[in-house]
Structure formats: structure tokens, C-alpha cells
Design a protein around this ligand. Structure first.
Ligand SMILES: O=C(O)CCC(=O)C(=O)O
Ligand SMILES: [Fe+2]
Length: 380
């Protein structure tokens, strides 16, 4: 892939006006160039497109083909796998179930995750946050045959890519490829999450256009598949301007979560982003926008402040070139350094999905919602 926006010099260090495109094939032909472009994108932008990844394009096409069918399932079938039935916060969420910055997000979604048997057992002396991870809820196979196998195949591949990518990131910051392994558990004790999201078209010109409000992702890396042709995803640059990140077929959008920003001492930027609802102009298609974000997690038990990575001084200096990062609004993540990451994650989920918490985590529910169930969860 060639584009004027993929060279490190095309967006200046202090700010950015487009999201860089990295070509995974460059790893084979010229690894040092790939690593240099990656370093630039991580430090100065915090967002990048990844073209020619090893994830099978055929599997991606198959997954995309299933998405409208998933949302078109009878409402009662979707309700059968509502998130409220899952102590692992996996399953279906209706349109308008979540708030970001006190406004309703105009999206409907399913939360799925990579295969995992929960390690939490009732009555055993194990941390409650272990219960955060466990099996997904799947729609009835006969209603959408092959969907589960397709999604699992996709998640396996994105999971593998996410581990490779984190070792490339370590190299780009002058560390050994396995320097970040400390933050993961053994493979069978890890679980990563994904959502399949539908953003309906908003036709009323006066209606609010918040698909999802401005936020940071929480974990290490996000791999976003934009699964329809709509624009809508936007990324905030250092001066606060919103930059479009339109779908580019055959690519992932990769971005950094707050936990990775923390452990890399701010070298890898977590960048604020949002989605505007697609607008239905007369004569234009009325199909919704679809996306599939994959969130790479870290070990539930790890405390971020336990491990200080030693970056070469010349790498740390590169942060100076980008100027001051605007004040972050990271209320949700302030406990990261002191608490096990699973505890931080559990509290975040409880706040976002109070109905699930009321059902499965009554003590935490009481603590965070002493007045009872609010109208919707509030993520940020
Ligand atoms: O749907 C998208 O394009 C982005 C979604 C997102 O940022 C999120 O769910 O964290
Ligand atoms: Fe996000």
C-alpha cells in the first residue's frame, strides 16, 4: 500500500492531521522501516491503520457477511443472551443501554470474548475479579449457522496478531521483544474481548449524533475492524481537533489503551476517539454502520505500578518532540497503578452495566449505586 500519509514525515511531531497507514508486508521487506514508522505512530498519534495483516481476508469477509444477520435475529432471541444473564459481562445490549459523558450512545451491541473457562468458584478464596472472565453467550446455532465458528476463528487470529504486535511495539521502543510479557498471564489464563456493534442511521437532522461519545480504551491494544463503508470514527489530535478515520478496506485501525500508555510512561499515546452516528441523507443508503473492536487485555492479577520498564533515554526524549499532550480525563483509570488490573476492570464494568452488577455482584452494586438502578450505565 502506498500513501502520502504513511511516511513518518507526513504528519509533524507536534500534531497530526491524518492517521498513518502501516503496511505489515514491510516487516518482511524492510523491518527497520516498519519499526520506525510504528514508533512514530505510537508516540505522536496513538492511532494507526494496519494494512496487509496476517488475518485472513476471507475470514474477515465471512464475519462481515454475518453481522447484519446477527442484528436481524428476532428480538426475543437477542434478549435470551442479554448481558444481564452473564456474570462475565458478555452478551447483548439494546440500543441506548449505555451512556458516555452523560449522553446516550446510539448503538446496539454484542460483547463476545476469546474462549475461557472461568477460574472463579463460589465460596473459594479467590479474587472476585477472576469472575470477570468466562464463556461467551452465543445465539442459537440453528438461527445463524456457522457464525460462532467464524467469529472464533477470527478472534484466534486477531489475538495472535495482538501478541506479535506488542512485541514489535517493544522493539520500536528499544526493548527486548518479550519485555511486555510481564503483563500477560499464561495463554490459557488470558481472555480478550470483542464487540460487534451496530450504529443505526439517524434521519432526524435535529437528533443527537452520538454513536459513542469521546473516550479512551482501557487495556493495552485495540484492533478495530470497520465492517461497513460509513465514515463516523474520529480521533482527537493534540489541539483537540477531531480527525476522521474513515474505513479503508483490508485494514485494521489500531489504537492504544490507557494501561499501555501507563506502562510505557506515555510513549504510546492513548488517544481520545468517538463515533458519530451515520446520517441518512435523501437518496443515500439507509443501512447502519457496523464495527468490530477487539480489546487486548492484560493479566487480571497484574498491578501496573509493580513493573517499571527501562526505556533508552533517546527513546524517552522522543516524547518531547510532540509537545504537550492535552490534559486527560482519565478518572476511570486513576486506580490502575495501585489495584490489580482485574479489580479496575470490574469496577469499570459495574459502572457501565449496573443491571448486570445488580444481578451478579450485589455488594459492588450497593457500593456504586446506593440509590438503586439508574436509567443506563455510564462508561466515562
Ligand atoms: O465503533 C467504532 O468504530 C469504535 C468503537 C470504540 O471506540 C469502542 O467501542 O471502544
Ligand atoms: Fe474505543
Amino acid at each position: 500500500m502506498s500513501s502520502s500519509s504513511d511516511s513518518p514525515s507526513s504528519s509533524n511531531g507536534a500534531n497530526f492531521s491524518s492517521v498513518p497507514i502501516l503496511d505489515y508486508a514491510l516487516l518482511e521487506s524492510s523491518k527497520p522501516d516498519f519499526i520506525a514508522q510504528l514508533r512514530h505512530a505510537l508516540i505522536n498519534v496513538g492511532f494507526l491503520y494496519l494494512a496487509n495483516s496476517p488475518v485472513s481476508q476471507q475470514d474477515i469477509a465471512e464475519l462481515i457477511h454475518y453481522i447484519p444477520k446477527l442484528f436481524a435475529l428476532p428480538q426475543e432471541e437477542k434478549e435470551k443472551i442479554r448481558m444481564v444473564h452473564s456474570p462475565h459481562f458478555l452478551g447483548y445490549s439494546r440500543l441506548g443501554a449505555e451512556l458516555t459523558k452523560d449522553k446516550v450512545d446510539h448503538r446496539e451491541q454484542f460483547d463476545f470474548a476469546t474462549r475461557h473457562e472461568t477460574r472463579w468458584r463460589e465460596g473459594e478464596d479467590v479474587p472476585e475479579y477472576w469472575r470477570l472472565w468466562g464463556p461467551s453467550q452465543w445465539p442459537e446455532e440453528s438461527l445463524i449457522p456457522g457464525f460462532r465458528a467464524t467469529l472464533e476463528r477470527y478472534l484466534d487470529q486477531v489475538q495472535a496478531l495482538s501478541y506479535t504486535f506488542i512485541s514489535l511495539l517493544s522493539e520500536s521502543f528499544g526493548l527486548a521483544p518479550d519485555a511486555l510479557n510481564y503483563f500477560y498471564d499464561t495463554e490459557e489464563n488470558m481472555q480478550h474481548r470483542a464487540k460487534i456493534v451496530q450504529y443505526p442511521i439517524v434521519t432526524d437532522p435535529n437528533a443527537d449524533d452520538q454513536g459513542v461519545g469521546p473516550h479512551y480504551d482501557a487495556g493495552f491494544l485495540t484492533f478495530l475492524l470497520q465492517a461497513s463503508a460509513h465514515k463516523g470514527l474520529q480521533v482527537q489530535n493534540l489541539t483537540g481537533e477531531w480527525i476522521d478515520a474513515p474505513p479503508i478496506p483490508g485494514t485494521f485501525v489500531v489504537n492504544i489503551g490507557k494501561a499501555l500508555e501507563f506502562v510505557t510512561q506515555g510513549l504510546a499515546r492513548a488517544t481520545s476517539h468517538r463515533v458519530l452516528s451515520p446520517r441518512g441523507a435523501p437518496g443515500e443508503p439507509t443501512l447502519p454502520r457496523y464495527s468490530v473492536p477487539f480489546f487486548q487485555n492484560i493479566s487480571l492479577d497484574v498491578k501496573l505500578a509493580e513493573k517499571t520498564l527501562e526505556f533508552p533515554p533517546e527513546i524517552l526524549k522522543l516524547k518531547e518532540g510532540r509537545g504537550k499532550v492535552a490534559a486527560t480525563d482519565s478518572v476511570n483509570f486513576s486506580e490502575f497503578d495501585r489495584e490489580p488490573s482485574g479489580q479496575v476492570g470490574l469496577i469499570g464494568r459495574v459502572k457501565s452495566h449496573p443491571d448486570v452488577a445488580q444481578q451478579h455482584y450485589p455488594a459492588l452494586f450497593k457500593k456504586y449505586f446506593p440509590e438503586g438502578l439508574p436509567r443506563a450505565g455510564s462508561a466515562y
